[in-house]
Structure formats: structure tokens, C-alpha cells
Design a protein around this ligand. Structure first.
Ligand code: NOJ
Length: 563
């Protein structure tokens, strides 16, 4: 297999708004991040992915960009960015930028011009359509509830917005749009950044003719059905590769809503004609139902389904493309509350177990801020606790339509809301968890007095130190090659508790066994495995059990090398 630095990396996602506030305005900022580089260095990651820091009116926390070559005032200045980049590099940390080019803000100069008249030269930068029978041009619904179209009085036409109405979709069919995007990307690359995480990049090419899509019983059909993996998406990404990416040594990861294994083989193909890897969402969608309100249920992830799904991605992409490995990001609830057990008794053990399971797979692991502390979901109680437009809109959409009961829906939103990931980072047990000296833009999780970085840095058996060890094993150990490049094979596929697999490379075998349940489970080593000498690499329980017949404790994770 071809080696590459981005295959050997561990990436840490910073959500700047909630990471560290240096000036007391209650909002995290660039100087705050620069001040915490030592912390990230100590954790051992080598790449930081920054969620968007560009100028933005913040309808969707920076995923609505009004100027790609300027910095959001809340976060600081371009000089602060340059300082962060320089300091990060001095710490051996690379910086990957969030590239949000499926859409802009409606306050971006391009859109302001585009909406001003039908014959404005920028009109065709966006997707404008005439009304159909006095209504929306098709039945697409937005990711954030309601129709994906907004009527614009000035010119009497609708524009497409797959997200909020303040996020109009760019028209990638227009070569001038592509020129502008590629020029802007080049500008950032020339500044010395190290890569791009590409926001919903699978959606940039819309279905020919923008046809109606299946509504599945809802009022609208999900716009993803008309936008994901569209007819020209690979062509556009190859053009991006040829014109920009190929000129630099970058890490590129595409956030690919709706991506299948077959599509991922193209996006992340090992010939390198498009991207290095993609984020797929099949595993994070396992606890959603197949109804239009399907995200908003408090269902549990089925372990057997999860194992089979992740294992399919592992084996089918092997040698053909490359996987990214993640449980968490700024759009997902906290994994320890979702897949683990966030009660005081099991929180740390289960957080470590879940981490082991992911970090020993083949692919590039991503750690989302606070995951390395086992940060939990927030105890949301009322709608006014939320800041995220997706959650607030969903509540109104389903309650107002009489489809769901307010209390039951609120409970589900509290469990799934993106705001769970967006509460301030818990640095210490002081006021506001050390995040700000002001009033935080979103409430701090009250458990910060128990769960915080300061306490964990001082305690050798903390979740932080466990992540540090997992990362060091992958990046700087005698077993790095095996962990990064070894083949993957699932064992015990139907066991409802144990997620167990092998990694193999050059005569060495890694055996990973994780009990993803709060009950004991028995593990019996498969007969065809050598048992001669087993070296324990890491475990979240004390002691050195042998990998033969073994009772796994609740949430126990063990990794051995069999030589
Ligand atoms: C995906 C991002 O991760 C999410 O936070 C955002 O709301 C949408 N794309 C729209 O940009």
C-alpha cells in the first residue's frame, strides 16, 4: 500500500466558537486556540481541522460565509490567523481549513449582486428558477426544515438553498464559479495551510433538470436525493485536483452526505485523482428512522449492524481508497452519551472502550474537541436552551404539524442536537469551565466541575491520557505500521456485545476486542490464531489478561499483538 503522511496522522477538530475565549466576549477565538497549542501537542495529534473561521453573519455558526478571504470578527483578525498558523507549525501541528463552497452566505458580495437583477453578471453564480404554479420550482426540502427554495421579491424568482435560506447554493455548472473557488483555494494554499475539509462536497452537482424527489410521506422530498453524488461531482473534483490540489502537499477530506461505498471508491480513489478520504455517515445514521422526522428519535445504535457496516467500509475500501474514522464532530451528539454509558460509574471506561474500537481500525482517526475528555451530552430542558437552527426548526416543523408531541420531541432533540457537541470546552473547574471570563454564547455543561482537562491532565488513568496513548501507538511506536497499514478482518460478526477484529501486516497480527456493552461478555480466541506470544498493547482495565478464553468486563477493551 502507498504510504502518505495523511494516512499516518491523527486529526483534532477545533470548533473555534466553543474552544477557548481569549478576550472575554463569551465566544471562542483564534488567539484562544493559539494559547492551547501546547495542550494539543501534549495530546499527540499532528493536524488541526478548524471549523470555519471566515467572515460570516453566523446564521449557521460560520458555515454561511460572506467573505472567504477574511476572518469572522468574533474570532479575531487575519493577523491572528497568520500567528495561529505560524505557531501551530512551530508546534509540529498542521492546519486544515474548512472549505464551504456548496453555498455561501446570502450576505456574500456574489449573492448580493446575483439577487439584484435578472441580468446581473453574477446572476448565474446561484441557482435561480421561475415559480411553478405560483409555488416552489420543485418539491425539495432543506436540511434545516421547510422548502429548499426561497422566493425573492426583487426579481420574482426562487433561489435554491439546501440549508438555511441564508445559505444559497452556488451554481457549480458555471465555470466562473469554479474559477473563483479555485482562485480562493489557491490563495489559502499559498498562505501555507495544510489541507481542506470540504463541507458537503458531495452535493455540488445537482441532478439534471432539478426533478421532484420521493417525499416518503413528508411534505417535501429531502434535497439530498437531488443533490448528492450528482452527475458532474467527480468531474468538478478532478478539475479541482488538477488546478489546485495537485500543486501542494495537502490533506483533503470530503464531507460526503449520502456517500455509498461505491461512490467513496471514486472520491477517495488511491490513484489520487480526487480527494484523500471522505466522511461517510452510514454509521452515524444507524440510530435514525427512515421517516422524514427520522433523525429525532432516542433510539440506540444496534451493535451488530454497526460492526458489519464499519467492517464493510474497512474491507471494501482496502487498497482502493482510504477511510476516515470518526465518532464525533460538531454535528453529532457526544459519543459517550450515544454509544457508551455517561453515568459517573461507566463514563470513563466506556469512553476509552469506544475510542479503542475506532483508533485501531484502518483509516485516519479524527478526535473532536472534548471527546478526549469523555465530554457528555448537555442536560437540555427547554427549547430556549438551544442555539442551533437545525434543532429549533425541527421542533417547530414537527410540533406545529401535529406529527409529534412537544415533550417527547424535545427529549429526542436534547439527545440528538448538534448543540451537544457545541457547549464550551471544559478546561478546568473554575467559572465557566475556564472557557471564558465573560458570559458564554451557549451554556457550559454543569458537569465541568468533575469533567475537565485540568483534572484529567493531572491523573494518569484519565480519558485524556488514554487517548494520548492510543495516538502515540498509532503515530510513534514499534507497531505504528501495523496500526496504520495492516489489513482488517472482523471476527465474531454476530456477537451482540463484542466488537472484535484483527489487523495483519508482515507476520504480525493485532487483536482488538472491545465489549461495547455494560454486561460481562466471554471472548474465546479463534482457533486459527497463533497464541504463542501475545503482547498487550493497551487496555482500559488494569492487569495483563492473556488473549485466550477470557471474560470481558463491562466496556472492557483489550488490544494485543500476536507475534
Ligand atoms: C455540514 C456542516 O458540518 C454543518 O455544520 C453545516 O450546517 C452544513 N454542512 C451546512 O454547511
Amino acid at each position: 500500500m502507498k504510504k502518505a503522511w495523511w494516512k499516518e496522522s491523527v486529526i483534532y477538530q477545533v470548533y473555534p466558537r466553543s474552544f477557548c475565549d481569549s478576550n472575554g466576549d463569551g465566544i471562542g477565538d483564534l488567539k484562544g486556540i493559539t494559547g492551547k497549542l501546547d495542550y494539543l501537542q501534549e495530546l499527540g495529534v499532528n493536524v488541526i481541522w478548524l471549523s470555519p473561521v471566515y467572515r460570516s453573519p453566523n446564521d449557521d455558526n460560520g458555515y454561511d460565509i460572506s467573505d472567504y478571504q477574511d476572518i469572522m470578527e468574533d474570532f479575531g483578525t487575519m493577523a491572528d490567523f497568520d500567528e495561529l498558523l505560524a505557531q501551530a507549525h512551530a508546534h509540529g501541528l498542521k492546519i486544515v481549513m474548512d472549505l464551504v463552497v456548496n453555498h455561501t452566505s446570502d450576505e456574500h458580495a456574489w449573492f448580493v449582486e446575483s439577487r439584484s437583477s435578472r441580468d446581473n453578471p453574477k446572476r448565474d453564480y446561484y441557482i435561480w428558477r421561475e415559480p411553478r404554479n405560483g409555488k416552489e420550482p420543485n418539491n425539495w426540502g432543506s436540511f434545516f426544515s421547510g422548502p429548499a427554495w426561497e422566493f425573492d421579491e426583487t426579481t420574482g424568482m426562487y433561489y435554491l438553498h439546501c440549508f438555511s435560506k441564508k445559505q444559497p447554493d452556488l451554481n457549480w455548472e458555471n465555470p466562473e464559479v469554479r474559477d473563483q473557488v479555485f482562485k480562493m483555494m489557491t490563495w489559502w494554499c499559498d498562505k501555507g495551510i495544510d489541507g481542506f475539509r470540504m463541507d458537503v462536497i458531495s452535493m455540488i452537482s445537482k441532478k439534471e433538470g432539478l426533478p421532484d424527489v420521493e417525499t416518503n410521506g413528508g411534505l417535501y422530498g429531502h434535497c439530498s436525493l437531488g443533490t448528492c453524488n450528482g452527475p458532474h461531482v467527480h468531474e468538478y473534483l478532478q478539475e479541482m485536483r488538477n488546478r489546485v490540489l495537485s500543486r501542494y502537499d495537502l490533506l483533503t477530506v470530503g464531507e460526503c452526505a449520502g456517500v455509498t461505498i461505491e461512490e467513496a471508491k471514486k472520491y477517495a480513489n488511491s490513484e489520487g485523482t480526487e480527494l484523500n478520504m471522505v466522511f461517510q455517515f452510514e454509521h452515524t445514521d444507524l440510530d435514525a428512522r427512515l421517516t422524514p422526522d427520522g433523525k429525532w428519535y432516542k433510539d440506540k445504535i444496534d451493535i451488530v449492524a454497526l460492526k458489519k457496516l464499519l467492517s464493510r467500509w474497512e474491507t471494501e475500501l482496502s487498497e482502493i481508497a482510504w477511510n476516515s474514522l470518526f465518532w464525533c464532530n460538531h454535528d453529532q451528539p457526544r459519543i459517550v452519551s450515544r454509544l457508551g454509558d455517561d453515568s459517573p460509574r461507566w463514563r470513563e471506561t466506556s469512553a476509552k472502550c469506544i475510542a479503542t474500537c475506532l483508533h485501531m481500525m484502518q483509516g485516519t482517526p479524527y478526535v473532536y474537541q472534548g471527546e478526549e475528555l469523555g465530554m457528555t451530552n448537555y442536560p437540555f430542558r427547554s427549547l430556549s436552551d438551544f442555539r442551533d437552527l437545525e434543532s429549533i426548526n425541527a421542533y417547530h416543523e414537527w410540533v406545529d404539524a401535529g406529527v409529534r408531541q412537544p415533550e417527547e420531541l424535545l427529549e429526542a432533540i436534547a439527545y440528538k442536537s448538534r448543540d451537544n457537541a457545541r457547549t464550551p470546552f471544559q478546561w478546568d473547574d473554575g467559572p465557566n469551565a475556564g472557557f471564558t471570563t465573560g458570559t458564554p454564547w451557549i451554556a457550559v455543561n454543569p458537569n465541568y466541575t468533575r469533567i475537565n482537562a485540568k483534572e484529567q491532565l493531572a491523573r494518569p488513568d484519565s480519558v485524556f491520557h488514554y487517548y494520548q496513548k492510543l495516538i502515540a501507538l498509532r503515530r510513534q511506536s514499534v507497531d505504528s505500521e501495523l496500526i496504520v497499514y495492516g489489513d482488517y478482518a472482523l471476527i465474531l460478526p454476530d456477537d451482540p456485545q463484542l466488537f472484535a477484529y484483527l489487523r495483519r501486516l508482515g507476520g504480525k497480527t493485532l487483536l482488538v476486542v472491545c465489549n461495547l456493552s455494560g454486561e460481562k461478555a466471554s471472548f474465546r480466541k479463534p482457533d486459527d490464531l497463533p497464541a504463542a506470544s501475545a503482547r498487550q498493547l493497551i487496555s482500559n482495565y488494569p492487569g495483563e489478561p492473556a488473549p485466550y478464553s477470557l471474560v470481558m468486563e463491562p466496556w472492557q477493551a483489550n488490544v494485543w499483538v500476536l507475534e
